[in-house]
Design a protein. Structure first.
Length: 122
């Protein structure tokens, strides 16, 4: 396992997802890469001293380089759909984002603010 220090005290690595299944139905909740990103720093989703956003499952690192999560990952959020998610994520554009540490796929470590803008515009 490769553990990378992205900034002082901010670590990221990938590990197998415990619920991973081979050959899932496309866009189902099980449709995820086998490896998920792990971050060690704290429990905050915004780490200001590093300009790091940790969006959980809401942004995936397998787009250009990011994409919003599919509807299937929002099924457990009663009454919260993609338009609401997009609106809430747009608020993050006010932050000086330098990196986005995704749980699934590759993190956005360069031009992260622009990557978030593109993901929200798609």
């Amino acid at each position: 396992m490769e553990v990378r220090e992205l900034a002082r005290g901010l670590w990221r690595w990938e590990a197998p997802h415990p619920g991973w299944e081979p050959n899932p139905e496309p866009d189902s909740p099980a449709d995820r890469p086998q490896l998920v990103g792990c971050v060690a720093y704290g429990t905050d989703d915004w780490i200001p001293e590093h300009g790091a956003l940790v969006p959980g499952d809401r942004l995936l690192g397998d787009g250009d380089p990011l994409r919003m999560c599919p509807d299937s990952r929002m099924r457990y959020l009663d009454g919260f759909a993609r338009p609401e998610l997009r609106r809430e994520l747009r608020k993050l554009l006010d932050l000086p984002i330098r990196m986005i540490l995704t749980s699934h796929g590759e993190p956005a470590l360069a031009d992260a603010h622009a990557a978030l803008e593109r993901a929200l515009a798609a």
